[in-house]
Design a protein around this ligand. Structure first.
Ligand code: CP3
Length: 345
């Protein structure tokens, strides 16, 4: 089906665009009262993720309500460890919780790879099919997965953490185990992304949310190596790699076989552009906290960011996911500002 507003896809491929496209990481979620209403009618987050019709509904909400240039399928990166045999719970106000963790070879029985992805994650591919049917080609649909390193963090630590010291401990005490687990996650992630693409995802993004807790050498060995395998394996649609906090590795990341590199708000757009050149699209990078300021300030900060671009190859986004207590009206101001900005290149 022809996509009517394909700005995100054209920007990702480095083709001509008449204005910068815009969407927000975590746009399908708690900032919208309409999302909370759907979520409240179900038993919880997981039921929403696993009910394709409802997941499709909340995926489309930000397209209708906020006017973003892409939809991102409503799901979570943690469906992958669950499919591999490590079940998670999403605890209200606390976040993800895994009953079991993998900290030794014995634990690898909870990191299965020999299963049919369609069989265990069919609720995601079904949500993608329903979403596209309902979107009817209005905007592209973004598929996604967690990066192997970030998924490894949750599978070993078992929950969120500021330091992920249990996860990082393994890199020093048992690097063989670390590589085995990372390889397994990578294998399943590639199959999962391909299943999403087959179901109708027009572009895919890999989220390495915890890249920034590793030093350069370790990120090269335990992070980039597997990002490389994923980027090399996905050729069907444009690929976005987002490694939050990986300042030392952004050039190496951009050198992988991807179209777009995500930039968080601590990085300077002009510096990243200088480091990586013109062959990749950059995505980002407004500080999500800007959306707590006045409408006028949101507009000013957004224009400052746009003025710092020295190229056409951009997809506008925040530097990380939108925070849940942000006023959707501020998000609309952000989007309106981007849409009315005239590209100078
Ligand atoms: O971007 C979107 O709108 C699509 C949906 C999406 C969710 N999670 C829904 C969600 C996406 C792309 C994710 C990715 C995700 N999940 C990441 C990578 C991106 C990032 O933010 O760094 C990570 C690390 C996770 C793991 C995760 N899921 C955590 C740590 C938490 C709890 C903290 C939090 O942000 O709420 C979640 C829960 C989660 N995932 C919610 C949503 C809407 C909130 C659950 C709820 O509705 O109560």
């Amino acid at each position: 089906m022809k996509i009517q507003n394909d700005l995100v896809l054209r920007a990702a491929r480095g083709e001509a665009i008449e204005r910068y496209p815009v969407w927000l990481m975590r746009q399908a979620g708690r900032i919208l009262p309409e999302y909370r209403a759907v979520r409240g009618s179900l038993s919880g987050f997981k039921e929403l993720v696993e009910t394709p019709e409802r997941a499709a509904e909340v995926t489309i909400q930000p397209v209708d309500i906020l006017g973003v240039d892409a939809a991102i399928i409503f799901s979570d990166i943690l469906v992958v460890p669950e499919a591999m045999g490590l079940e998670y719970q999403m605890i209200e106000k606390k976040g993800p919780w895994f009953e079991k963790t993998i900290r030794s070879e014995e634990g690898l029985k909870f990191a299965q790879t020999e299963f049919d992805v369609e069989d265990r994650l069919g609720y995601v591919t079904e949500a993608i099919r329903i979403t596209n049917k309902e979107l009817n080609g209005r905007v592209p649909l973004i598929g996604f997965a967690g990066a192997p390193w970030t998924i490894f963090c949750y599978m070993t630590e078992g929950h969120g953490s500021k330091t992920f010291s249990e996860a990082r401990k393994i890199l020093y005490t048992n690097p063989t185990l670390a590589h085995e687990l990372l390889s397994r996650i990578t294998k399943v992630t590639i199959q999962y992304l391909k299943a999403q693409i087959k179901a109708g995802a027009h572009i895919v993004q890999v989220f390495d949310s915890w890249a920034g807790i590793l030093g350069k050498e370790q990120y090269t060995e335990f992070g980039l190596k597997y990002m490389d395998q994923i980027a090399a394996a996905i050729n069907e649609v444009p690929v976005t790699l987002f490694a939050k906090g990986a300042y030392n590795s952004v050039s190496d990341l951009a050198a992988l076989d991807c179209n777009t590199v995500g930039v968080d708000w601590n990085m300077q757009m002009s510096e990243v552009r200088a480091a990586i050149g013109e062959n990749r699209t950059l995505q980002g990078n407004l500080d999500p906290c800007v959306l707590y300021s006045s409408h006028q300030e949101v507009e000013r900060q957004t224009n400052n960011m746009l003025n710092s671009f020295i190229s056409r190859r951009h997809i506008v986004n925040l530097g990380h996911g939108v925070y849940p207590d942000v006023d959707p009206e501020k998000v609309k101001t952000f989007i309106k500002t981007v849409k009315s900005y005239e590209i100078q290149y």
